[in-house]
Write a protein that binds this ligand. Structure first.
Ligand code: NAG
Ligand code: NAG
Ligand code: NAG
Ligand code: NAG
Length: 469
């Protein structure tokens, strides 16, 4: 007990950013927060025996820290969007109430912006964009809204588009400078393409399935009537400043070519072009497409490397805390510049602390709520909260986690501008270097170090993270 108090007081004195939870504010917060504070007490009461805490009396190999220890005070999100209380810009003894104008709905979705964790520091640029804030492009037959560097300026290497097509509707034949990777959210989309060899490819792609078109390769997208609502899909481009409004469209080109040139090119009278639209169509209504088998037969053959991938039929890896499945050019060969991981995280579970050595990460949150802290080195760290329909972005090498902060499964995508998926796990890293090295840095006990996972966990379940009793 003496050992505990000494240690705990040392922690109090040494923690630069310590903010004691004011008991008066507890009642104002949700039951989840109350539970969080209960967890704090549990942690405190086990400090003396918990192997993760440096002991000031120490074993021979105890930490020789030359700086103060971290604060053990948790930094839970202080409310969620279902909270009925007024969110305040307060965390423990820090901050003050909001007495000026406030946007309640936005504030409730972003608890870690109004009352950031005390572990946040310095400046990390904005890494969140709700597609709901995008200016939508409404057309007859569907719509398209996008995220690019206009709205997340540091998202340099990927951009995203959320596109909706009513049954039969067509995103017109077009091409662009960047590659296009897609994940179908709902319904079935028929895609078509013709490659530089003159080989063609037509396929129907369903929910959870993918397509990929290399830069400059022409394609079209069309909703089938398999789902009476048509289709919605997510497009990811391998360049951050891509704009869906700057693609090369069939109709736009025709309308900007002299009619006699068109006639000469197609070896036909000018009258053939009487019904060519004078303006781009972009998205327009159409009939349910014929099955892919009805496509023309090319003398050059069908593309041997498929442009689509049946990702939905790949069984995910099931681990404590959820599921994941990774897709990159090692299995989806054509997808040379985009790799991805599809993750489901159970309530309380976490996508473990990790980073990607050379690739930026573009996220799309499909369902549930999550929290990410981006560690940007040199004391810079910032925490973001995400909901379904939000885009997130994490630059290469920056440490992060994704935590399910809700009561339902968090379903999201990690997308990378690369041929091959790669990550480095913090706990796996520490498990595989000499234990004395870890002990010297972090003061962990040899017993605790021996429990570190020698194989990567990827996801860690709630039972792992709350087992501090
Ligand atoms: C994907 O798999 C489903 C069933 O497993 C199949 O019906 C469908 O044709 C496949 N799609 C593609 C594009 O291969
Ligand atoms: C999101 O999850 C909820 C609850 O788990 C479920 O009812 C709903 O259908 C899901 N929505 C989508 C778009 O997947
Ligand atoms: C999560 O569950 C708790 C307890 O059942 C409830 O009070 C809270 O409103 C729920 N939160 C959300 C976001 O649904
Ligand atoms: C987490 O839990 C799983 C299953 O209970 C177990 O296999 C794994 O070793 C645990 N990881 C840690 C770090 O305790």
């Amino acid at each position: 007990m003496i050992k505990f108090s000494t240690c705990y007081i040392a922690l109090l004195l040494s923690s630069v950013a310590f903010a004691a939870p004011a008991s008066s504010s507890i009642t104002a917060h949700s039951s989840a927060v109350v539970a969080s504070f209960a967890a704090v007490s549990a942690t405190k009461s086990t400090v003396g025996s918990a192997s993760v805490v440096p002991s000031s009396t120490g074993s021979a190999a105890s930490s020789t820290a030359t700086v103060p220890y971290i604060s053990l005070n948790p930094n839970y999100p202080l409310w969620d969007s279902s909270d009925t209380s007024e969110p305040q810009a307060e965390r423990g003894s820090l901050g003050a109430t909001v007495i000026g104008p406030t946007d309640d709905a936005t504030v409730k979705q972003n608890p870690d912006l109004l009352a950031p964790p005390t572990t946040d520091g310095g400046s990390v640029p904005n890494a969140k964009w709700p597609m709901s804030l995008s200016h939508n492009r409404l057309q007859t037959g569907g719509w398209a809204r996008q995220q690019n560097t206009d709205v997340i300026p540091f998202a340099a290497n990927m951009a995203g588009v959320d596109m909706r097509l009513e049954s039969g509707a067509i995103r017109e034949l077009h091409w662009h400078k960047t590659a296009e990777w897609a994940y179908v959210l709902k319904g079935t989309t028929q895609v078509t393409t013709v490659d530089p060899m003159g080989q063609n490819y037509v396929a129907n792609v369903g929910p959870g399935d993918l397509w990929y078109f290399p830069p400059g390769v022409p394609h079209s997208l069309q909703a089938t009537n398999e789902d009476p609502d048509g289709t919605e899909f997510l497009l990811v481009f391998d360049s951050g400043d891509f704009s869906e409004d700057d693609t090369f469209l069939l109709t736009d080109w025709m309308a900007h070519t002299p009619a006699e040139v068109l006639a000469k090119n197609f070896q036909t009278p000018i009258s053939t072009f009487a019904e060519v639209p004078a303006k781009e169509l972009y998205i327009f209504p159409g009939q349910n497409p014929l099955p892919p088998s009805a496509a023309p037969i090319s003398p050059a053959g069908t593309a041997t490397t498929p442009y689509t991938y049946n990702f939905s039929s790949v069984a995910p890896t099931q681990v404590n805390g959820g599921t994941y499945k990774i897709i990159d050019s090692t299995t989806f060969a054509i997808s040379k510049t985009i790799a991805a991981s599809e993750i489901t995280l159970e309530p309380g579970a976490i996508r473990e602390l990790h980073w990607h050595p050379t690739q930026d990460e573009w996220n799309f949150f499909i369902n549930g709520t999550g929290r990410v802290t981006i560690f940007a080195s040199s004391g810079n760290a910032r925490t973001f909260d995400y909901q379904a329909g939000d885009v997130g972005y994490i630059p290469a090498t920056m440490g992060h986690y994704v935590e399910n902060t809700g009561n339902t499964t968090l379903h999201f995508l990690e997308v990378f501008n690369t041929a091959q998926y790669a990550d480095i796990s913090l706990s796996n890293w520490l498990a595989l270097v000499p234990p004395a090295l870890v002990e010297a840095h972090l003061g962990f006990s040899p017993e605790f170090i021996s429990t570190l996972p020698k194989t990567k966990q990827v996801l860690v379940g709630p039972s792992n993270s709350t087992s501090s009793t």
